[in-house]
Design a protein around this ligand. Structure first.
Ligand code: TYD
Length: 135
């Protein structure tokens, strides 16, 4: 699978009551969801992630607050600020990712196309570089 990261705008169903966003398999999400998790209450100065996945596809949405997501794959290094609930960051394939600068109110929701599987993780950066073709 080709490694890639893409920012995806999400349609807001808004009216005078407020806003609603729906994510649907194969409609505005290019995979079928098997797992949802969310990261919140992150302590000041903490960074998370520091791994790549061999196959997993994930959509990251800061449903509240803000977070910086640094991604490395192929020849690319990209840094995204997720700070709005109507924007998703799609991460596919072998991407080394680090999440940092969590605001105290950040709730980072992650949708994934597979169950939690430690065998899909590459947690060693040198191993990632080798798999990425620059090790
Ligand atoms: P960890 O991989 O350290 O999170 P991050 O990549 O954000 O730094 O996961 C923290 C703990 O939660 C670890 O014990 C594994 C567990 N976990 C699950 O049980 N299910 C999941 O879907 C995820 C993402 C983690």
């Amino acid at each position: 699978m080709t490694a890639n990261t893409t920012l995806i705008p999400l349609q807001i169903h808004g009216d005078n009551r407020g806003s609603l966003i729906a994510m649907e398999n194969g409609i505005n999400l290019p995979f079928d969801i098997k797992r949802v998790y969310y990261i919140y209450g992150t302590k000041e100065g903490v960074s998370r992630g520091f791994h790549a996945h061999k196959k997993l596809k994930q959509m990251l949405i800061a449903v509240s607050g803000s977070v910086t997501v640094s991604c490395e794959y192929g020849e690319q290094k990209k840094e995204y600020t997720l700070d709005r609930p109507d924007q998703g960051l799609l991460i596919e394939g072998l991407v080394w990712r680090v999440m940092s600068d969590f605001s105290p109110d950040c709730v980072l929701m992650v949708l994934a196309d597979e169950y939690y599987n430690e065998n899909d993780y590459i947690r060693d950066y040198q191993t990632f570089l080798k798999e990425n073709g620059n090790g």
